[in-house]
Structures are given as C-alpha cells and as structure tokens.
Design a protein around this ligand. Structure first.
Ligand SMILES: *[C@@H]1O[C@H](CO)[C@@H](O)[C@H](O)[C@H]1NC(C)=O
Ligand SMILES: *[C@@H]1O[C@H](CO)[C@@H](O)[C@H](O)[C@H]1NC(C)=O
Ligand SMILES: *[C@@H]1O[C@H](CO)[C@@H](O)[C@H](O)[C@H]1NC(C)=O
Ligand SMILES: *[C@@H]1O[C@H](CO)[C@@H](O)[C@H](O)[C@H]1NC(C)=O
Ligand SMILES: *[C@@H]1O[C@H](CO)[C@@H](O)[C@H](O)[C@H]1NC(C)=O
Length: 753
C-alpha cells in the first residue's frame, strides 16, 4: 500500500525512470545497427587513397546559398534614448523616518534635489501616513508596508531594481541624517566611466571592515545594481546583523564580488566626518575641502548651515575664476565681444564666408548666383534695427554729432557665432563738418530652443505624384522601370502619374494618344511583378488661357493637379510631388516620412540638379552612372520648389484659405481658376504650393537633400508665355561660371568675327 501510494505520488518520477530505461535500451539497439553499417562499408581515409581513383569534387556552383531574408519591419521605439540606451547620470536615494521626514528629509530635498537627476525618499508606509507626507512637496517618496527596520535597505534596492535600473548610470544611497556635498558628488560621478563597476563609499572605521557605511553614503554603478537584483532573496535571508551597514555591505559583496572601496576624486582620498557633539555654531570651523559627507545630523539647521558654508565657498571660487578669465580676456586678443565664439577661420580660400554689401534698400551678391536682392520682410527689419541701435549708441558716445545717413553696410553670417556687421555712418557736427565713422556690430546667436514635435515613424506609405509632359516619355519610362525594380513591400510607396495633355493632343481612346506608351508601360509593370507597389495615372488636359498657348509649366497647374488628385486619395495620404528625371533613393523616402508631420510640417527638399550635359561632359560621353555630387556636375538648386511633401488634409486646409483660387473639380474648371487668379487684384498672390504652406500655420522644412538628385531635363521648352512662373524646368542652372565662360571662348574660337 505504502509503496503504491508513493508510486502514485511520484508517478512522474516513475514514468520518467521507465522512459529513461526504455530509451537507453532503444538507443543502444539503434547505435549498434548503425555501427554495423559503418564497419561494413568503411570510408577510406585520404592517405590510403589509391592512385587513379576518381577524386571526389565538391560542387560549389551557386553555393553557399544565401539564407532567404525575411523582411522585417523595424519598429522604432518611442524615444531615441531608448534606442541608443541613453541613461541619466545620477539617482539619489535617501532613507528617512517618520520623525525626521518633515525636517531632515525636507532639508535634504532643498539642498540637493537640483543637483541630482532624481531624488527619492524611502520610509515605511505607516510612518509616512502618520507624518502626512502627502502634504509635503517632496519629489518622490516611497512607503514600504513591511516596517522591519532591518529590511529597509533591501526594500529600497528592490524598488530601484524594479523601477529605475534602465534609467540611471549611478545610484547614491544614504540616510537623511547625512549631509552630502553635492558639488563633490557630481565631480565624482562625472569622472567615472559608465562601463566601470563601482561600489564605493567609506569603510567603517573599525579594523578590517569590508563594508561601507550607509551613513556616509554608498555609490553603486548600474552594473552592480543589476547583479544585486538576482541576489536579493539571499540578502534578506542573511540579514542577521543588527547593523544596516553590515547587512547591506554583505549583500552587495555577495552579489557583485566587489568589495567596497573608499571614495576618491582624481586619485585623492575623500573624507566623511562624524560630527557628533558639534553644535550649529561650530559648523563654520569645519573643513569642507575633500569632505563628501557629514553625519549624523540631528537638526535641519545644521544641514542648512553646512550648505550655506559650502555654497559661499563655491561662489567664492566661481568669482575668482571669473576674475581670472576677465584678466585673460584683457591680456589676449580674443573674440569680440568678450565671451562670444570667435569667427570661423577658413581652412582654404573656398571656405571664406564673404561679407555682403548692403544699403537701406538692397543687398548685393548674397550668393554666387545672385547679384542683387531687395531687402524685404524680416531682413529689412533687421537692417533697420541694427542701424537704429548703432545710431543710438553713437549719439550716446558723441552727443555733439548728428547722424546723417548710412554710407556702407557689410554683413556676414557665421553659423557658429551669429551675424557681424560693419557700418560706415556719416555724421555732421554743429560746425557743419561731416565725418564718417565705422562701427563693428555683432548680433550673437540666441539660445538654442528645443521645439517639441509629434512622433513620426518611417512606416507610412508615400504617394509619389509625378507630373508628366508628353515629351517626358523616356524619362518616365526610366523612372517607372527603376521604381518597379527597387520597390518592395517594405518600402511602401504608390506611384501616381499625372499625364498633362496639351490642348489639342490626342487623348484617351485615340490611336495617337501621346501618353499611350507611358500608359502601356505602367500597365505592364503593375501587372507583372509588383503587387505591393502600384502605378496608376490621372489624365488632365490643360486648356488654352486667353488664346495663348497652354501654360503647361505653371504653379496654378500644380494647384489644379492637387485639387483633382485630392478627390481620389484619402485625407491621411502622405503626398510627395516629384519629377521624372529624378533618381530616387530609399533614404530619401524615409526622410520624406520623417520630415513630413501631419498638421505640423511640410518638407521641401532642395534637389542636387545636374548642369547641362553639353557643358559638363565636354569631349566625353555622358557617364551612365548615378549622378555624383560634385561642384562640376551640378548644384543644389534652390530655385527648384517643385519637390514638396505634405499630408493631403494639410493641403486641403491650407488650400481653403486661398479663396481667389476656385477649387478645380474637373478639367473644365482650370480656365476658371486662371481667370479668377488673374482678375484677383491683391498684390502678393500665391506663387506655389510651397508658398501656400509657408503662409499657413504649418512649418516648412526646406533643406538640401543629397539623396534627391535630378538629371537635367531635356529642355524642349514650352513657348515662353506672358505669365510669370518659377516652375519652368529649363530655368535650372546650366553650369558653373567657368564652364559657361569656357563655352563662350570655345564658341568665339570657332566663329572668329
Ligand atoms: C523639493 O525640491 C523640489 C525641487 O527643487 C521643489 O520643487 C520642492 O518644493 C521641494 N519640496 C520641499 C518640501 O521643499
Ligand atoms: C577609508 O575611509 C575611512 C574614513 O575616512 C578611514 O577611516 C579608513 O582608514 C579608510 N580606509 C582605507 C583603506 O583607506
Ligand atoms: C575667497 O577666498 C579667498 C581665499 O581663500 C579669501 O581670501 C577671500 O576672502 C574669500 N572671499 C570671500 C568673499 O569669501
Ligand atoms: C575638348 O577638346 C578640344 C579639342 O580637342 C580641346 O581644345 C578642349 O580643351 C577640350 N575641352 C576639355 C574641357 O577638355
Ligand atoms: C489663413 O490665412 C490667415 C491670414 O493670412 C492665417 O493667419 C491662417 O493661418 C491661414 N490658415 C491656414 C489654415 O492656412
């Protein structure tokens, strides 16, 4: 009976015993039989290979086979700090009690909380309730239900490992009866590498102690706390001493195998001071250099006095440092004004940031490509402001002089410093003499501000809108082919061709349809391999306006196009307007996804545009490689505002504001749109979709985009119309000055006149 019951209780054991015996037997059988076959047909070793034997050949063709990659969509964590594993520096934990939380803990909070990244207090829950800590404005206070004094440090450790392990590099733990010099503590922590294991504090004074004292504070690195996590049970079971310090020290030593070391700073030992008996008045006599902690303090007054003493010393030190800095600045030729960043020293003559000449209306040579610009808007205001301030300053210095006018103005912007100005102002005195005085003015950069932005991911689908003219067949074909090859399930995109028909061009259903080839190709590619990436098209016929030729390249056509497309795509679609001559890269698509923020921001990349091949590739054939970014092959074309990405809803909202531009519902409305635009009398009419967004509340991100490269469009130009527009592809820059100069010289050499 007994045996049976035992067998029943341990049936699992019995069963596995049985299975084990059986399996052993079975395995033996199996291996025996295999042994047999091996001995019967022994494999010859290479040394005993007889001559003339056929040598085995290893067939390596097509091998090694690459493992098939399973496409993984990468899910970005919400914060970059999570992805990069960035942690804050210092956590400070202070053990407090019911009787001291309202005095000492509050003092610790007031003197320390602004130095450390996080400060928390630990006590038993019942005491916390009695002391009504809820009413105290302490930053974080944790109550433990278990009131056993001896286990308090372990509850604190448990809480830290459960909640803050991934968030701080260092943990400093102490009691509220201790005052910690926060400046020293920060210096210590700053000097330690994150990868170092740290368990330091102050060894207890009695002989051969292995453990540090919580009273003087213990510093643990993240790595040590991680090791403690798994040993907490052991620690609680072995907490047999009366002393917190011993229990705590034993626990850390057991978990980390790293004994506590005395605290040092730059190799110099630091101290802790036991100030029993010292009265508040004596605090001033205490040494404060190299002392990290003072304990035990009975009154909060002591804490405040110590802090005051220390703060005065630190202030004295800072003031002395400032004084010596001022002396250095006076004796050296440092950047003016004092404390500013010095101007950038150009490495070569190509890096010189030039001074731009200005007067009160115009600014000259702002770039290599611009001769003169009117000063308008913010630039005008800035110039007036600078002149006004300088004149005010001058009249305070030379009250006898009367300002006449600005003679010369020079401006230079240095991204590391700010804007520098040189102003030559003319003055007259009361004798009728006139003077010119020169002033240097510096407008330093303001404080950098962080703009909170909504969270975006790289996982949205991009709808690429590609406006095509009938002459674009070749470019469109290349674009579609590349698109079809590169497009995959991961890289979510959707290609919409916008076929722009001229007024009389044969269209749909007609045998001579100018876009027949494009359509066929689109159908062919969509049908074949790419199920995930679709190609579709929308046809728009551009009418004649006022009997002139159709304005094929015009910003209003872009509006008409967007209006018509908006009927077909949902409001949350991410739209990218592009051009057929572009070389698309996945990088670029991701930048579009990250740079475009719904209801907040649109992105307008500045493409690298190829110069005219006739000028660039003189005496050589156009290379068949991807376009390289080089100063001779093209440049970032600031004038190209045809690339822009936005969310459809943002377009619709901003579009509603332009009341003089009726929404296009069909091709016929386009004429109405043009005539309404022309009739509208206000100045400063909308000039592009980009312009529309920059007038709305949306912010516009416009930047040079190296992953967007634009081959030069064959410029079979549309006739110049009387309408002005900045949408003509032929207006792209043709070449560098030297290339164009050379072209002129070559031409003259060929046709000497
Ligand atoms: C504790 O410190 C924080 C931050 O310095 C402060 O906002 C809070 O008022 C302090 N609490 C008390 C009770 O002094
Ligand atoms: C560590 O510091 C304590 C307190 O300052 C001191 O009593 C002790 O001698 C030091 N131990 C070592 C090994 O330096
Ligand atoms: C600052 O410290 C220096 C040297 O220790 C001392 O001579 C001076 O009086 C102190 N100044 C103040 C304002 O405490
Ligand atoms: C192109 O070739 C002509 C004649 O062979 C020569 O004079 C000219 O310098 C060459 N141009 C360039 C840019 O190489
Ligand atoms: C509409 O125009 C007004 C005035 O120009 C501007 O303040 C507002 O932000 C615009 N609204 C939108 C949605 O663009």
């Amino acid at each position: 009976m007994g045996i049976l019951r035992m067998a029943y209780q341990h049936y699992g054991l019995v069963l596995s015993l049985f299975l084990g015996v059986f399996a052993n037997y079975w395995l033996q059988e199996f291996t025996n039989s295999t042994d047999c076959s091996v001995t019967g047909d022994r494999v010859p070793t290479p040394t005993s290979l007889p001559p003339n034997e056929v040598h085995p050949k290893v067939n390596l063709a097509g091998k090694p086979l690459k493992p098939k990659k399973v496409p993984k969509t990468f899910v970005r964590p919400r914060y970059y700090s999570t992805e990069l594993g960035i942690r804050e520096r210092l956590f400070m934990g202070i053990m407090t009690t019911e009787s001291t939380v309202r005095s000492l803990a509050v003092a610790a909070n007031k003197t320390t909380s602004h130095y450390v990244d996080k400060l928390m207090f630990f006590m038993d829950a019942a005491g916390a309730e009695k002391a009504q800590v809820i009413n105290l404005k302490l930053p974080g206070i944790v109550g433990f239900v278990d009131a056993r004094e001896i286990l308090k440090p372990f509850h604190m450790l448990k809480y830290l490992t459960d909640n803050f392990l991934e968030e701080y590099d260092f943990f400093f733990l102490t009691k509220d009866t201790t005052y910690i010099n926060p400046h020293l503590l920060l210096d210590i922590v700053k000097g330690i590498s994150v990868s170092q294991d740290v368990h330091s504090g102050f060894l207890q004074p009695y002989d051969a102690s292995l453990y540090c004292s919580l009273d003087s504070g213990i510093l643990l690195s993240n790595s040590i706390l991680k090791r403690i996590r798994t040993s907490l049970d052991w620690c609680v079971k072995n907490a047999f001493s009366d002393s917190d310090d011993d229990n705590f020290g034993r626990c850390i030593l057991h978990a980390s195998q790293l004994p506590c070391k005395n605290m040092t700073l730059h190799g110099k030992p630091l101290e802790t001071i036991k100030i029993e008996g010292t009265s508040v008045a004596d605090v001033g006599k205490l040494d404060v250099e190299n002392v990290l902690s003072y304990f035990p303090l009975k009154k909060e007054k002591m804490i405040y006095n110590l802090h005051l003493l220390l703060s005065k010393k630190v202030l004295n030190l800072s003031n002395r440092k400032l004084d010596s800095m001022v002396r250095v600045i006076d004796s050296h030729e440092l950047a003016w004004p004092p404390g500013s960043y010095p101007p950038k020293i150009p490495a070569t003559r190509f890096d010189v940031s030039p001074w731009q000449y200005f007067d009160l209306d115009k600014i000259y040579m702002t770039s290599d490509f611009v001769t003169v610009n009117m000063l308008v808007g913010a630039e005008k205001e800035d110039t007036m402001d600078i002149v006004k301030r300088t004149v005010n300053w001058a009249s305070s210095q030379y009250p006898e002089l009367v300002y006449q006018n600005l003679v010369n103005g020079y401006r230079r912007f240095d991204p590391s410093r700010g804007a520098d100005y040189i102003l030559d102002l003319s003055f007259s005195d009361n004798m009728g003499n006139s003077f010119i005085k020169s002033f240097a003015v510096c407008k330093e950069l303001g404080k950098v501000e962080m703009l909170p932005m909504p969270y975006v991911t790289e996982n949205g689908r991009v709808h690429i809108l590609l406006p095509l003219y009938s002459s674009d067949y070749q470019a469109a074909d290349t674009f579609m082919t590349k698109y079809a090859h590169s497009c995959s399930q991961i890289d979510l995109t959707f290609l919409v061709l916008i076929l722009l028909y001229e007024p009389d061009a044969p269209g749909k259903g007609h045998t001579g349809d100018v876009f027949k080839n494009v359509k066929n190709r689109a159908v062919e590619l969509s049908a074949k391999k790419i199920k995930d990436c679709k190609i579709t098209w929308i046809s728009i016929r551009i009418p004649r306006i006022d009997g002139e030729d159709a304005p094929m390249e015009d910003h209003l056509v872009h509006f008409a196009m967007m209006d018509l497309v908006s009927k077909k795509l949902p409001g949350d679609s991410l739209i990218l307007l592009s051009e057929p001559h572009v070389e698309l890269k996945p990088d670029f698509m991701n930048r579009v996804r990250m740079g475009t923020i719904i209801n907040k921001q649109v992105y307008s990349p500045i493409p690298f545009s190829e110069y005219d091949p006739k000028l660039v590739y003189v005496n050589s054939t156009v290379p068949n490689k991807p376009l390289e970014i080089h100063k001779n092959s093209g440049r970032f074309d600031v004038g190209n505002i045809r690339h822009i990405s936005f969310y459809m809803n943002d377009y619709l909202v901003a579009r509603r504001n332009i009341s003089y531009l009726p929404v296009v519902k069909g091709d016929k409305d386009i004429v109405k749109m043009f005539s309404s635009f022309d009739k509208h009398s206000t100045e400063n009419k909308i000039t592009s979709i980009l312009d529309m967004f920059s007038r709305s509340f949306m912010s516009v991100l416009r930047a040079a985009e190296p992953a967007l490269r634009l081959r030069r469009a064959s410029c079979m130009s549309y006739p110049a119309l009387t309408r002005t527009t900045s949408f003509r592809r032929c207006d792209a820059p043709m070449g560098t000055r030297s290339q164009m100069g050379q072209a002129v010289l070559d031409l003259e050499a060929r046709n000497p006149s």
